[in-house]
Design a protein around this ligand. Sequence first.
Ligand code: HEC
Ligand code: HEC
Ligand code: HEC
Ligand code: HEC
Ligand code: HEC
Ligand code: HEC
Ligand code: HEC
Ligand code: HEC
Length: 428
Amino acid sequence: MGKTRWLLGFCSFLLFVLTAMVASAEENCITCHKKISPGQVQDWSVSKHAENDVTCSVCHGSDHQSAEDAAKAVLPDEHVCAQCHEEQFNQFVRGKHNLGWTAMNALPVTHLEPDELMEGGKGCGGCHNMGIKSEEQKKELHARGYRYQNNSCDECHTRHAFSKKEALDPHACQQCHMGYDHPQWEMWSSSKHGTRYFAKLAGNLPESAAAPKCQDCHMPDGNHENRTAWGFLGVRLPLPEDKEWAAAQVTILKALGVLDPITGKPTARLEIVKKAQLARLTKEEFDRERNRIKKVCYRCHSKDYVDFQFQQADQYYKKIDMLLAEGINIVADLYKDGILKKRGNQTYPYPDFLYFMRTDYGAGWDKLEYIEQVLFQMYMKHRMRAYQSFFHINPDYAYWYGWAMMVKDLGEIKELARQMRATHAQAK
Ligand code: HEC
Ligand code: HEC
Ligand code: HEC
Ligand code: HEC
Ligand code: HEC
Ligand code: HEC
Ligand code: HEC
Ligand code: HEC
């Protein structure tokens, strides 16, 4: 009896000491960081996490206690968040955002450009730090001296506020979904959908006014699994039924290096496309995403209205693909006639879009081919704008920034090809 009481007493003493230790460790983090990095502590202190005792050490561990041992602080990855937010974690894992880092690293251009832009997170890597990195990927990063960017959950609800309200603001998407090749922000914000959103925000429409923002269409009901039918590259399998359109898509797939330009057979890149889900590869996959987003439109528009919008978008898609295919074929013919020659890491005597503006294909700055840069721009800047504008309902992007610029690119490609052929004939 006495023994048990003694044991009980000892245990509660131990518990007291432990609690005090934890509490004091916690206090240490905050007291010291109030001086070192007050902005962080301020953000955390008004967060749901502070309210719920999710303290600094829950995410960062408590091994680091002073300025000297800061490297011992754990930089938490997504699995730490998953301990308490399994649902959002699992949804995220199934979605396209989880593939951002993998997709970036799958492209040959990534390995030609400065590291600061990739691992350092200032260019491609600033937006593509989306997706859970494997242990191997992390080890490689750390070995090369890159310690940060272990977490993609903080890309929409940023640390250390981790606020749901912030993530629901369409500005949360803007940093990445803007600019050169995916100006969804610019298109949406100046469309009627965006206009109504901002009018509502300014109090010029009632609180209850319908005004869809990015999250309503792409994260309905807070679902963190995101994917669209056409995706970014704008190609799919099976090919469209329309013969002319299918032929144009085959040409584009060749320029993406997914089909062998000579035999037309799939290359090793098809595996990358599969692994990083760069395209929908079955009709079911495509239709599932289409129907998912259409259901969102039906919340506010009639079914016929919505179906017509998508039908028209796909019709326009065919026209822009045929224009692009014509541009690709002109450049491909220059290779066929020996006017352009294979350079650097190029696999085929054929333009390769996955090298982006690096049309030297790694052979050196004096080997950049201008005509291929114009062709790449036609694909990456203007074709993207042309089709994305239909889904984000923006007339100016559809015409002036999209279609009209593609036509201009084609004109330039034709003129450049004519000049190159003339120079080539003269040299002979
Ligand atoms: C005595 C002061 C002190 C205490 C106590 C302290 N820190 Fe720090 N912490 C620092 C300093 C100094 C740095 C380095 C800041 C810099 O790089 O400018 C740092 C850095 C960090 C970093 C960033 C590490 C990196 O690699 O950039 C994290 C995360 C961190 N602290 C969390 C914590 C947590 C969690 C606790 C409590 C368990 C804690 N700190 C306790 C002073 C302290
Ligand atoms: C809910 C989890 C969570 C909590 C709680 C948390 N952090 Fe962090 N913290 C993170 C994440 C995620 C990162 C980014 C990690 C990365 O970039 O790899 C981070 C990064 C940091 C960094 C380094 C980057 C920078 O911006 O300086 C410091 C310092 C830091 N936290 C301090 C703190 C302090 C102090 C507290 C408590 C007041 C705290 N953290 C609470 C998740 C948390
Ligand atoms: C130890 C458990 C725990 C961990 C670890 C944790 N959270 Fe939380 N988180 C919570 C709790 C509890 C809440 C409050 C839930 C509520 O109010 O319904 C919360 C709320 C949130 C919210 C909603 C905030 C709001 O404004 O409503 C977000 C976003 C969030 N956490 C993100 C994260 C991220 C990102 C990480 C990892 C860096 C993380 N959490 C790690 C427990 C945790
Ligand atoms: C401003 C942010 C940003 C920068 C910089 C950026 N990307 Fe992206 N990238 C995105 C976004 C957002 C998407 C998805 C766009 C869409 O679907 O319309 C994307 C899509 C992609 C895709 C296609 C993924 C898929 O599944 O369809 C690849 C591959 C890619 N980027 C590689 C790169 C490379 C390589 C670089 C640098 C040379 C780069 N990105 C620079 C934000 C960026
Ligand atoms: C930190 C950068 C970043 C932020 C912030 C971001 N995204 Fe993305 N998003 C990406 C990248 C990178 C991709 C392409 C990933 C891939 O597929 O490999 C992408 C892909 C997507 C896709 C899938 C496109 C496809 O290929 O089907 C959708 C939809 C999307 N994002 C919507 C959003 C929405 C909505 C928000 C805001 C709530 C948002 N994103 C915030 C970087 C970001
Ligand atoms: C009214 C609904 C709606 C809103 C609002 C909306 N989108 Fe979209 N988005 C779509 C549709 C529809 C598609 C194309 C789906 C398909 O391929 O069938 C799409 C496609 C995308 C894609 C894939 C590439 C593309 O553009 O076709 C990304 C990435 C994306 N949206 C991001 C965003 C971002 C970021 C915002 C906010 C700035 C936003 N969207 C606002 C409906 C919307
Ligand atoms: C593309 C932007 C984006 C990314 C990346 C993202 N979230 Fe979210 N998150 C949101 C949005 C938007 C909401 C609000 C959803 C809603 O309520 O409609 C949200 C809400 C949450 C909430 C609050 C849920 C609730 O209803 O209280 C938690 C928890 C959360 N996210 C955790 C995570 C975790 C964990 C990750 C990483 C695995 C993550 N999020 C990555 C955009 C994002
Ligand atoms: C939350 C409600 C809501 C959702 C969801 C929504 N819309 Fe709208 N949409 C509106 C409102 C409101 C307007 C402006 C009313 C008007 O033009 O009469 C509008 C306008 C439009 C316009 C006409 C723009 C113009 O310039 O006349 C088109 C086209 C359109 N939406 C298509 C779509 C498509 C496609 C989807 C799904 C991807 C969608 N909408 C989802 C509310 C919504």
